[in-house]
Design a protein around this ligand. Structure first.
Ligand code: GLV
Ligand code: MN
Ligand code: MN
Length: 411
């Protein structure tokens, strides 16, 4: 059989994507399945049911990662495909879900043909990739690959005060499998780009070269809550002012550094958060990212010194907490070459590009040959219910995944 003749069944893959998107669906479109929420549980139940229907041996590990394994002809580490099914609070149906469901589609194609692979295959869904509810992001894959201590992860408290370990138990996904017991031979992740590059250039497939470094910091600022009308400006200890100044400075840093540097203030909470009261407390997060570790460190240093100096000048107390810190990673060049070659052989336009978003693949990259396949995101929109990738683009990405997996699993 010529492996190049094998193709995914778009209707089946797209049908699963749409069906999973109904779990935690938002009224106007998109989906809300924060990690370890009831909706996440329902999504996991659906995906594990599909895994079992496909004959996969399903395991759940102690951080809630789910792996479905299809045995190969020889013993040994599997060729792994994976991603996540948790979403941001108001997200789209594609981010993460596509990578998991395309993995199941690869299995379904092989099952239909009764085709055995030499190496085993595994499809993984990794806990809390998004990090929106519990930091850090990529939590499940980081524990799986030994970059985050299991007990530390289980003890993490989320934005709502809930604890990872207790939430895993509550939703029935505190598994017994030791984390990292299955070491992949290699790892592939199909994902939507979540940015504008492929669409703007009219290119169908991205061969991802690596993922930029991510630095998340939370600042808790304490001042003095007081009357907005009677407190002279010189007598204020205004926690809200410093939070606003940090947001502006983060953006200035990114603008002045240029290149790949980006900076985002995604969360600000004031206490008491009232029109006529000087905030006595402010909580703010800053997300800094760069493809270059030295530049990312320079951005971090500049922000830290700004926060310290401004807090001092304003008489405020600030404590900084690192929520996530991941260095940039490069994917194995031979794996990136493979994605590029297969995409070309399939007749698709392809270019190399770095990933701006974090992905489970970056946790695997230091430990095994890893690659990612990107497909375009309409308007570059993601982490938004309006996220969209056309069915034909999904088919192309999944066909590339199928072919690269076979390349590695048949030898
Ligand atoms: C995860 O999706 C991230 O890049 O923040
Ligand atoms: Mn994702
Ligand atoms: Mn995401």
């Amino acid at each position: 059989m010529n492996l190049d003749d094998l193709h995914v069944d778009l209707d089946r893959l797209h049908g699963r994507l749409v069906a999973l998107g109904k779990i935690g669906a938002l009224p106007g479109g998109g989906v809300s399945r924060l990690a370890l929420s009831d909706a996440d549980r329902a999504g996991r139940d659906q995906v594990t049911a599909w895994m079992r229907d496909l004959g996969l041996a399903v395991t759940v590990d102690r951080i809630g990662n789910v792996l479905g394994i299809r045995s190969g002809e020889v013993d040994g580490p599997p060729v792994m495909m994976g991603s996540h099914i948790d979403t941001v609070k108001a997200g789209g149906i594609y981010d993460g879900n596509l990578g998991v469901l395309a993995g199941l589609e690869v299995i379904a194609v092989l099952n239909d043909l009764g085709l055995a692979t030499k190496r085993s295959l595994a499809v993984g869904l990794f806990t809390n990739e998004e990090g929106s509810r519990f930091a850090p992001d990529m939590m499940g894959s980081a524990v799986h690959q030994g970059f985050l201590d299991l007990e530390e992860a289980l003890a993490v408290r989320g934005i709502d005060g809930a604890e990872v370990g207790k939430e895993l138990e509550r939703i029935g996904y505190a598994g017994s499998e030791p984390t990292g017991s299955v070491r992949p031979h290699c790892y592939f992740e199909l994902h939507i780009e979540q940015g504008p590059v492929l669409e703007q250039e009219g290119i169908l497939i991205g061969a991802v070269e690596g993922v930029q470094g991510i630095s998340w910091t939370e600042y808790l600022i304490k001042g003095v809550s007081n009357h907005a009308g009677t407190t002279p400006m010189r007598m204020r200890c205004d926690a809200g002012y410093l939070a606003a100044a940090i947001a502006v400075e983060a953006r200035s840093i990114a603008r002045e550094m240029g290149g790949d540097q980006v900076a985002t203030t995604g969360l600000i909470e004031f206490k008491p958060n009232l029109v006529n009261v000087i905030p006595g407390q402010a909580l703010i997060t800053v997300d800094l990212r760069n493809t270059d570790e030295a530049l990312l460190q320079a951005a971090e240093r500049r922000l830290t010194s700004f926060v310290e100096q401004t807090a001092d000048a304003e008489g405020l107390d600030v404590s900084a907490r690192v929520l996530a810190r991941f260095e940039p990673v490069s994917f194995d060049p031979s794996m990136v070459d493979l994605v590029e070659r297969v995409a070309r052989d399939r007749g698709f336009t392809v270019r190399r590009l770095p990933s701006g978003a974090g992905h489970d693949a970056q946790m695997f990259a230091p430990n095994c040959p890893t690659a990612m396949i990107f497909v375009p995101s309409a308007g570059g929109i993601s982490h938004n219910p309006a996220e969209y990738t056309a069915p034909e683009q999904i088919r192309a990405g999944a066909d590339v995944l199928l072919r690269v997996v076979l390349e590695k699993a048949m030898k």
